[in-house]
Design a protein around this ligand. Structure first.
Ligand code: DQA
Length: 144
């Protein structure tokens, strides 16, 4: 059976393309989803692409992935830097986790340099723009 990869996007990423394009680029989240959907068949995986602005919903989405998914790609956005709840949830997931940041969080404000999720992720991609999502998909497909 084709393995499912859940792609989770945290707060404000619904505004991708409009929000601070000098940092996050001009592509929308729908553009990112389409690029990943186009790539998935050649990598032999299926995708579930989700976004929420709510921390609790992100926790629920991770719990759901426990039942449905072989791997998780996650851009927790601002919750990367603040959320023990998301760290605890991601620790209940058995498969590989790849964390994506569109911008290079290490080149930005000090409060963005630490991500709770990084301590659990198999890999972290930061600063490659929205291309980081496709890079993450290529890598996670080799792990599941
Ligand atoms: C981000 C970086 C975070 O610091 C920020 O809060 C975001 C987006 C990124 O993709 O570069 O919302 O995760």
């Amino acid at each position: 059976m084709t393995k499912l990869i859940t792609v989770l996007n945290g707060p404000n990423l619904n505004l991708l393309g409009q929000r601070e394009p000098e940092k996050y680029g001009s592509k929308t989240l729908a553009d990112v989803a389409s690029e990943m959907e186009a790539l998935a068949p050649e990598l032999g995986v299926k995708l579930l692409f989700l976004q929420t602005n709510s921390e609790g919903t992100l926790v629920d989405m991770i719990h759901e992935a426990r039942q449905t998914s072989a791997g998780i790609i996650i851009n927790p956005a601002a919750y990367s830097h603040t959320s023990v709840a998301i760290f605890d949830a991601i620790n209940t997931f058995d498969g590989p986790v790849i964390e994506v940041h569109i911008s290079n969080i290490h080149k930005r404000e000090a409060f963005r340099h630490h991500s709770f999720v990084s301590a659990r992720a198999e890999g972290v991609i930061a600063g490659c723009g929205t291309h980081g999502y496709s890079l993450a998909l290529r890598h996670i497909a080799t792990l599941v």
